[in-house]
Design a protein around this ligand. Structure first.
Ligand code: ZN
Length: 521
């Protein structure tokens, strides 16, 4: 919780900054190179690491499970205070769910507008699994699993080791962008470096619940979020720790399939070979839809899958291979995918069986033939794969395997009248994947700018998972690029979530350079 001392120190440092700002003559950013800007931010930061880490710890001390609206309001209020102090104009946007914080800073003469998205809610916590309480942020001098010991932030004199990590819910996912942003605004001002773009921030208070009201928030505020580029700052960086831009995500659909035997469990001795066996039917049905390498066998499934552009192929080829590291770390001898590397496989649809229920095993096993078996499928979709079409071709395939399809539990009458019956429970409407072209003007400009700072920038055509980008993509033409900032091993969603300090420092440098230079090609 915010303490009086922290607040007092904060207002003092802001006062000093405003003084600096009014006395220093703003420098035209094009007079400074990207590296000079990064260096200026670095020098500003090394003098203030304690203040920055304290501000981060304070923000992380607000509990932030999105279902608790009072907590989310307190988070939003605190964040708006931090942004107001920097001269952002802020407001809460709400459409029946948790609060979203909107903030903008207009730049006289700027021609382009950058919209940055991050979220300040977090996954629920099971306190007993955490080494330190999730809402009492704790700085450790090494990763927990390497025996890291707690350090009192206030007692640190001198530089903070960039390998130190702060442990708390949402340290990695996804409160850090707020702290990086406010301090980089301070750093630019202190150096008299002006912004080259209009800056808009949208901070989501319900991302971990799937941002249920984000679409409505956008619809309720026509034009408010208009921008030339949306930078989506969420998710972990590449395991190599190299800077990274991600241009797409996969969508998905969920389907539970149930196959049926007789209407009551039967003795497997008396009825074996006679009674239809739902587990065996399910096994045959699944293998008719997908082969051992992960290739989906349903007619037309790949018809609309966008092929990779030349830039996307080149980007994948230039990525550091993580195959051997993954195989070793995860104890996998032969991955699926028939030898295709993971970065390309995630540009394809995936057919994942996420659970299977029916009967018992071990001591729970009984010698019976079951009445039913259910498998839950989690289908990952890619750009151009319309969820409605996917439903249609899957149902056609299942019919082609001789099944009569129902969407409710079948009656005895239905079971008597059809050789094979299957229940399909489509859970939610699903979403298609998204991929922004790397060849567009905004993408090219961002790539070039970041390469000036980090020549070994990784360009990822798509990440394997999903992000709530559809709410934007369905309503706006703005190109969307994901800029991940957290360390890959931040334990997001789990216990002992953490952020490595170097990732916070790097985020400040990236934000600073982009804000100062993006609008001035
Ligand atoms: Zn997140």
């Amino acid at each position: 919780m915010p303490s009086r001392t922290l607040a007092a120190t904060a207002s003092l440092s802001i006062g000093t900054l405003l003084l600096l700002f009014t006395t220093a003559q703003p420098v035209l950013a094009q007079a400074m190179s990207t590296l000079e800007i990064a260096e200026a931010i670095h020098e500003y930061r090394v003098e203030r690491e304690q203040r920055i880490v304290q501000d981060f710890a304070e923000l992380l001390s607000f509990p932030n499970v999105a279902t608790n609206l009072d907590d989310m309001d307190a988070n939003a209020e605190h964040i708006m205070g931090l942004l107001d102090e920097r001269g952002f104009s802020t407001r809460v946007l709400q459409a029946g769910g948790a609060p979203y914080v909107y903030a903008e800073m207009m730049t006289p003469g700027a021609e382009e507008t950058l919209l940055i998205y991050a979220h300040f809610d977090g996954q629920p916590v099971q306190v007993e699994n955490w080494a330190y309480p999730p809402f009492q942020p704790t700085l450790l001098d090494a990763p927990l699993q390497d025996g890291g010991q707690a350090i009192d932030i206030a007692s640190v004199t001198g530089a903070f080791d960039p390998e130190w990590r702060i442990y708390a819910r949402s340290a990695g996912d996804d409160k850090m962008p707020v702290i990086a942003m406010i301090h980089v605004i301070d750093a630019l001002r202190a150096n008299g470096i002006g912004l080259s773009v209009n800056l808009k921030l949208l901070l989501d208070g319900e991302e971990e619940r799937g941002s249920p009201t984000l679409g409505q928030v956008i619809d309720d505020n026509p034009g408010l979020l208009d921008a030339d580029l949306l930078l989506f700052c969420d998710g972990p960086m590449h395991q190599s720790r190299r800077a990274q831009l991600v241009f797409g995500v996969r969508g998905g659909r969920t389907l539970d399939i149930t196959t049926y035997g007789a209407n009551r469990p039967l003795h497997s001795g008396h009825y074996g070979n006679w009674a239809p066996n739902p587990i065996m039917q399910m096994a045959y049905l699944l293998t008719s839809m997908r082969d051992e390498t992960g290739r989906i066998l349903i007619d037309g499934y790949y018809d609309n899958v966008a092929t990779l552009s030349e830039s996307e192929r080149a980007a994948i080829a230039a990525m550091p291979s993580i195959e051997e590291q993954l195989k070793d770390e995860l104890a996998v001898h032969t991955p699926e995918g028939a030898g295709t590397r993971i970065e390309e496989l995630v540009t394809l649809p995936a057919f994942n069986a996420r659970g299977i229920a029916g009967g018992g095993v071990g001591n729970q096993g009984r010698n019976i033939i079951l009445t039913e078996t259910t498998v839950s499928l989690n289908l990952r979709l890619v750009p151009n794969q319309q969820p409605d079409r996917i439903r249609r071709i899957i149902e056609e395939h299942i019919e082609g395997e001789g099944y009569y399809i129902v969407h409710e539990d079948p009656t005895d009458e239905i079971l008597r009248n059809h050789a094979k019956v299957v229940k399909l429970d489509w859970r939610g409407g699903g979403s298609s994947g998204l991929r922004t072209s790397m060849d567009g003007e905004m993408a090219q400009r961002l790539i070039a700018l970041m390469q000036e700072m980090t020549p070994d920038l990784i360009l990822t055509p798509t990440m394997g998972g999903g992000l709530p980008l559809n709410a934007f993509a369905d309503r706006m033409e703005t190109p969307i690029i994901v800029l991940p900032l957290a360390n890959h091993d931040n334990n997001q969603h789990g216990e002992n979530e953490n952020l490595r300090l170097q990732n916070l420092w790097d985020a400040m440098a990236v934000y600073g350079v982009v804000l100062a230079r993006f609008g001035q090609p």
